[in-house]
Design a protein around this ligand. Structure first.
Ligand SMILES: NC(=O)c1ccc[n+]([C@@H]2O[C@H](COP(=O)([O-])OP(=O)(O)OC[C@H]3O[C@@H](n4cnc5c(N)ncnc54)[C@H](O)[C@@H]3O)[C@@H](O)[C@H]2O)c1
Length: 306
């Protein structure tokens, strides 16, 4: 049986670790020997008012358990400040968990530019900013683990969350690209799309459902992805209430029009275009280009120079 996944001498930076899922992660990493940077702006669910109380409370709990942590109160959009304080306190950074986030739900009629910009800033920009600041150190030490936080709203869409869902699916695009960029230097980047009990979900679900979806049930996947033994990168996992599953792209066989074609031809082939009967699971856009070149070759269209 494998031993406990330990994080002794590892420095773990967690944004939004003052409450909800982030706090659950922070406590667990500290129990497993990590030095934890507890970042939290202490803001309301919509991103207003900042307070040191949530980050301080998480750090106090960790210290009570005999763990090592310090609080950082910067907004995660200023990643360089968070990483700088991690380096000053602990001298390195091994794991980044981009978890901070807020909500500004509004339907398309009511959503304001400010609602849009705030969500982009609090989710997408924060994820970029902390990762960017940590990246050079991870590259130099040839080691890093980054976990980014998406959402079912991003994967599937959700009424009233055009801003949030755009940011959340954007985060997985960021994961996929940084995973490729990190390959040579043992920097692994993955995305989770959790559903867990927190103030974000307390108004949505019943008490019984919230109990079933405790934040602690999101923790094991995050710990696993953050460990040095994890070779996964660029992947996306849904997790909730003790269930964990990987997602991937699925592509139908489609149809290739070798000669001039019109909108009417497309309409006529609609069922074939939508069929997943002979599907594949593409992994990059070169796959797509190679596929088109192969189809053109099959149809005796002269091969273009690549
Ligand atoms: N709870 C769920 O079911 C669920 C579902 C899908 C996605 N998520 C995502 O998981 C993450 C954690 O959500 P949660 O449910 O624990 O929410 P939460 O509101 O309980 O915790 C979020 C924490 O982030 C902090 N924060 C917000 N903006 C910040 C910023 N710019 N800098 C630093 N700290 C900031 C807040 O002060 C708060 O303590 C979020 O990214 C959320 O979008 C949660």
């Amino acid at each position: 049986m494998a031993g406990q996944l330990r994080f002794d001498n590892r420095v773990v930076v967690i944004t939004g670790a003052g409450s909800g899922l982030g706090k659950a992660y922070a406590l667990e990493f500290a129990k497993r020997g990590a030095k934890v940077v507890v970042n939290d702006l202490g803001c309301s669910i919509s991103g207003e008012i900042s307070s040191k109380i949530p980050a301080d409370a998480t750090v106090a709990e960790i210290k009570q358990l005999g763990g090592i942590a310090f609080a950082n109160y910067d907004s995660a959009e200023f990643g360089h400040k968070i990483i700088q304080s991690a380096l000053e306190h602990f001298g390195r950074v091994d794991v980044v968990i981009n978890n901070a986030g807020v909500l500004r739900d509004n339907s398309m009629v009511k959503i304001s530019e400010n609602d849009w910009d705030t969500i982009m800033k609090f989710h997408l920009k924060t994820t970029f900013s902390v990762t960017k600041a940590a990246w050079a150190h991870m590259k130099k030490q040839k080691y890093g683990r980054i976990i980014n936080t998406s959402s079912g709203a991003g994967l599937y869409g959700n009424f009233g969350q055009a801003n949030y869902s755009s940011a959340k699916i954007g985060i997985h695009g960021f994961t996929q690209t940084t995973a490729r960029e990190g390959e040579k230097n043992n920097i692994k980047v993955n995305t989770i799309a959790p559903i867990g009990a927190s103030r974000m979900t307390s108004g949505i679900f019943t008490k019984d459902i919230l109990e079933m979806l405790s934040a602690e049930k999101i923790v094991p996947l995050v710990v696993c992805l953050a460990h040095e033994s994890c070779n996964e990168s660029g992947s996306l996992f849904e997790t909730s209430g003790g269930w964990i599953a990987k997602l991937r792209w699925q592509r139908g066989k489609g149809i290739f029009f070798s000669k001039n074609f019109t909108a009417e031809d497309v309409e006529m082939q609609w069922n074939t275009i939508n069929s997943f009967e002979h599907c594949d699971y593409p992994k990059n856009s070169i796959d797509t280009l190679q596929k088109v070149v192969a189809l053109a070759e099959e149809a005796n269209i002269p091969k273009p120079k690549l």
